[in-house]
Design a protein around this ligand. Structure first.
Ligand code: TYM
Length: 336
């Protein structure tokens, strides 16, 4: 692995264990991680440090972090080929983040739409971590000299800021960081809530039926799709403006089955929404069945999971510390 890894371009991505993994995260990000993992040297993390920008129950955070690792593996990420680790286990992220804070402008962070959304939702806890979160994310990416960052559309602005920070730093000190590119899928980059199809499907709406999680049981998945909000028309047609619910279901069905929107429109031309919702639900059930079954087995094997995240952190720290040393030298810190 070591020799070929040296030649390959790098990928870094991560997910916050602030809730259970959703179908949105799977189709927007993890699916591509799996597809890209042969071609790139990949680093995939559980972003636990990002999760605490919003209050978490400690025991839940710990449980979800380990379950998330099991789900990464169950989704097809081979720990022998991919470096999987827990963000807080690699201290270089936090260390680089401090340095990059000093090369990021208040105005830039104020313009981040996710900060505006999250501070509106957490009005009683608009903490500094929520504000500087994109700098930690930039550090996650830059510390591995990542070439590519596979994410859903909602993270594009953060990757763009990462590029700006890296360019600014390189401009002052000479080439230090690789400038990363976002990798956003054409279909599935923004899966919407099944209950409020004008909003993104997110971990935070697990209770209202708008969100499907990777570990949901078949009956719960079918129920969520049968109850999915659509419109008063009966025609299965892609039109995000007038038919956001149906268009969202078409996106989900399209990414899973590889069928084009036109093929889907033809397939359901003379059938009602009921048939279509059932077909989408069944496709999701079959997609997630092996993930859930495999995750259940992996979660029971704590020693194995521990070996994966420990080895992952060791490999990750080796790469990350190299960048950190270079950065410390560039800014003028005395070597240890
Ligand atoms: P997070 O944890 O909110 O989401 C994880 C990933 O899933 C994607 N995603 C979606 N894609 C399509 N439709 C949806 N409804 C949907 N919901 C989530 C997200 O775009 C993301 O790719 N800041 C990141 C975590 C992070 C990170 C990083 C990512 C921390 N450091 C470094 C990349 C590189 C976040 O909050 O993602």
């Amino acid at each position: 692995m070591e020799n070929s890894a040296v030649q390959k371009k790098k990928i870094l991505s991560g997910i916050k264990p602030s809730g259970d993994l959703t179908l949105g995260s799977y189709l927007g990000a993890i699916k591509n991680w799996v597809e890209l993992s042969d071609e790139y040297d990949c680093f995939y993390m559980m972003a636990d440090m990002h999760a605490i920008t919003v209050r978490q129950t400690p025991a839940d955070l710990r449980r979800r972090t380990l379950s998330q690792l099991a789900q990464y593996i169950a989704c097809g990420l081979d720990p022998k080929k991919n470096t999987m680790f827990i963000q807080s286990h690699v201290s270089a992220h936090a260390e680089l983040s401090w340095v990059l804070n000093c090369y990021t402008m208040f105005g830039e962070l104020s313009r981040m739409t996710q900060f505006k959304d999250k501070s509106a939702k957490n009005a009683t806890n608009i903490n500094a971590g929520l504000f500087t979160y994109p700098v930690l994310m930039a550090s996650d990416i830059l510390v591995y000299q990542a070439d590519l960052v596979p994410v859903g559309e909602d993270q594009k602005q953060h990757v763009e800021l990462t590029r700006d920070i890296a360019n600014r730093f390189n401009g002052v000190y000479g080439d230090t960081f690789t400038i990363p590119e976002p990798f956003i899928p054409k279909t599935g980059a923004r899966i919407m809530s099944l209950q409020e199809p004008q909003n993104k499907m997110s971990k935070s709406e697990q209770d209202n039926g708008g969100c499907v999680c990777l570990l949901d049981k078949p009956e719960a998945i079918m129920k969520a799709f049968k109850r999915a909000v659509t419109d008063s028309d009966t025609c299965v047609r892609f039109d995000t403006k007038n038919k956001p619910g149906i268009s969202n279901l078409m996106q989900i069905y399209s990414v899973i089955t590889n069928k084009s929107f036109e093929q889907i429109e033809n397939e359901f031309a003379s059938r009602g929404y009921g048939d279509f919702k059932t077909a989408v639900g069944e496709a999701v059930v079959e997609l997630l069945r092996p993930v859930r079954e495999q995750t259940e087995k992996l979660i029971a094997d704590k020693a194995y999971l521990e070996s994966v995240y420990k080895e992952g952190a060791e490999r990750a720290a080796y790469v990350a510390n190299k960048t950190l040393r270079k950065v410390y030298k560039r800014v003028g810190f005395v070597a240890k």
